[in-house]
Design a protein around this ligand. Structure first.
Ligand code: SF4
Ligand code: FES
Length: 205
């Protein structure tokens, strides 16, 4: 088994080659915030909340999707890192729009708002991103209200091998669909509830 040694915020840590920076940081006692990462699933690296800096390397990298390498010096708290995380969260808040207590649970319960607050964000800086309202109440088992979706892909990852949930379209029109855009009732969803459990903004009920 091959190991690599690196530092995270100055703490030296030895991990198996291929271990993500997120896991290596945990081993070093450093907790990096995440949003799209779902433990036990391959990282998709879409939200960038876990961004970190690597000394002598340009730009930031997502800790969940970047493997540790020998001699890396990783910094998780530099001002540039914290600023980038805040911007990412502010954009996610714009994607989410106003909290709805019947969907995300309202500001006090919305996981996104709570994560943003932990990073010192009290006010929304960017306007809500306008999008087509999408709800699907066709199924008795799982109802869907996609207006507040932040496209974190956690539901896609949780759906795993079934692959009922996917992204459709690109750019501003990107949205979540079920089984090639069937209604939830007509889809092959087995109502396992995994998407309900992982969505940070309560899209599934
Ligand atoms: S429905 Fe929820 S879990 Fe799925 S992409 Fe949107 S916010 Fe993420
Ligand atoms: S948690 Fe790493 S990119 Fe989203």
């Amino acid at each position: 088994m091959q190991y690599v040694t690196l530092t995270i915020d100055g703490t030296e840590v030895k991990v198996r080659a291929g271990t993500s920076l997120l896991e290596a940081a945990k081993k070093a006692g450093v907790i990096i915030p995440t949003l799209c990462f779902l433990p036990g699933r391959p990282a998709r690296g879409v939200c960038r909340v876990c961004s970190v800096a690597i000394i002598d390397r340009r730009g930031l990298v997502p800790a969940c999707a970047t493997p540790a390498a020998e001699g890396m010096e990783v910094e998780t708290q530099l001002p540039v890192v914290q600023k980038a995380r805040r911007v990412v969260l502010e954009l996610a808040l714009a994607e989410h729009g106003p909290c709805d207590k019947n969907v995300c649970g309202g500001e006090q319960k919305c996981q996104l708002v709570q994560l943003a607050r932990k990073h010192g964000i009290r006010e929304k800086r960017f306007d809500t991103i306008e999008k087509t309202s999408r709800e699907d109440l066709s199924s008795d088992n799982i109802q869907v209200q996609l207006d507040g979706c932040i496209l974190c892909d956690r539901c896609i990852q949780a759906c795993g091998d079934l692959q009922i949930i996917a992204r459709a379209e690109r750019g501003a029109g990107t949205h979540i669909i079920f089984d090639a855009d069937r209604s939830m009732e007509e889809s092959n969803c087995i109502a396992c509830g995994d998407c309900v459990a992982v969505c940070p903004v309560g899209v599934f009920k």
